[in-house]
Design a binder for this molecule. Structure first.
Ligand SMILES: [Zn+2]
Length: 366
């Protein structure tokens, strides 16, 4: 048993413990305590969202309607729409020329079933911009979050599959034109080889620029239709160095360039899904990296905010209710100033985890 030899040591010890505890428990910098995945009607049967410490709901833009908006407004909750940018697979049924093309010149199969679209297909881009504008025009939402804004790839897992795309004639010609890169008159397999071997850097940057330009246009639509709404993005949680720089080189995500248009970065550190099931501290490490990378500290008044989406659902690996508190702790450390849990559709069947989430949210609720 610990028996301090002098009162001063005991006092010092107590001070240290108190200081540690208050640093851990103080989450006054967290303004958003969210749930992702639709209106949690199960929580509203006997109480209010505030009873659960929740003040924000994220839901798919296709699931938003006037009634749901009214329910959440009545609760005083913020409403954020999730918007699928590059992964509307149904578009390909009538527009086969929007399918991403691989290095062999053929349509690239969907890795693990994650189907993307060609980023330079003008019809697909217009289709998404029109849908984006409609959501903002029709519903009084507080923000809209880009989702799947990356190339044709499967990365929401421990071992990703990220084929090189898109080598359709349109993409290759646009790359050559916009970067002033002369290309020989060859078939796609040879051209793809030349591009990846000789022009790898400019190809990678050009692809990033194409995806960033989508973000620029999304921003301009917000500015025209609902300027107070925030523009957020759900994005891959890797650092710029992991998987050989795949964030940029494979997924075409240039976070710093997108920061010109984005307000909130919702990094997706799904610790269990990404091979860190027993290490929730991975969440705060990845978030810290993002803050350093973007120059975000989690202080009031900063232009950019970081609101991680953390995994409480069983996906890939199960997440126990015993771990929820640690996940919430790591998800709410600076530079984060908001957090949301993934996802209601699954959590509503595991109320033990919801109880743990609510306990934490209530404790940090002002
Ligand atoms: Zn293409």
């Amino acid at each position: 048993m610990f028996t301090p030899k002098s009162p001063s040591i005991a006092v010092l010890f107590l001070c240290a413990v108190t200081q540690w505890a208050s640093a851990e428990d103080n989450r006054a910098h967290i303004s958003i305590r969210g749930i992702y995945g639709g209106v949690p009607t199960e929580l509203l049967v006997q109480g209010t969202l505030r009873d659960y410490g929740v003040n924000a709901i994220f839901m798919g833009s296709g699931g938003i309607n006037a009634e749901r908006v009214a329910v959440l407004k009545k609760q005083g909750a913020k409403i954020f729409a999730e918007f699928n940018t590059m992964h509307v697979a149904t578009y390909l049924k009538d527009h086969a020329d929007a399918a991403p093309v691989g290095v062999d010149g053929k349509v690239c199969p969907a890795p693990h079933g994650w189907q993307g679209n060609c980023p330079t297909h003008p019809g697909y881009r217009r289709f998404r911009m029109d849908a984006f504008r409609r959501v903002l025009r029709d519903f009084e939402i507080d923000g809209i979050w880009l989702d799947y804004h990356h190339s044709h790839a499967s990365w929401e897992r421990a071992v990703p599959d990220m084929p090189d795309t898109c080598f359709c004639e349109r993409c290759v010609a646009q790359f050559s034109r916009e970067t002033k890169t002369p290309l020989p008159d060859e078939g796609t397999p040879q051209l793809a080889h030349t591009i990846l071997e000789i022009h790898r850097d400019s190809w990678g940057q050009w692809r990033c620029d194409v995806f960033t330009d989508w973000v620029r246009e999304f921003r301009s639509i917000i500015d025209e239709t609902r300027p107070r709404a925030l523009l957020g993005t759900f994005h891959c949680p890797w650092t710029d160095a992991e998987f050989d720089g795949a964030l940029r080189n494979k997924l075409a995500i240039d976070l710093r360039a997108q920061a010109k248009y984005i307000d909130v970065f919702s990094i997706m550190p799904y610790h269990a899904r990404f091979g860190h099931a027993s290490d929730p501290s991975w969440i705060s490490r990845q978030t810290k990296w993002l803050g350093d990378y973007l120059g975000v500290n989690g202080e009031p008044g900063e232009r950019h905010r970081i609101w991680p989406i953390v995994q409480l659902s069983d996906w890939g690996e199960s997440v126990s209710s015993n771990q929820v508190r640690s996940i919430m702790d790591h998800g709410t450390r600076r530079p984060a100033t908001g957090v949301m849990v993934f996802n209601w559709g699954s959590l509503k069947k595991q109320m033990g985890k919801v109880d743990e989430m609510a306990k934490y949210y209530r404790e940090i609720q002002p």
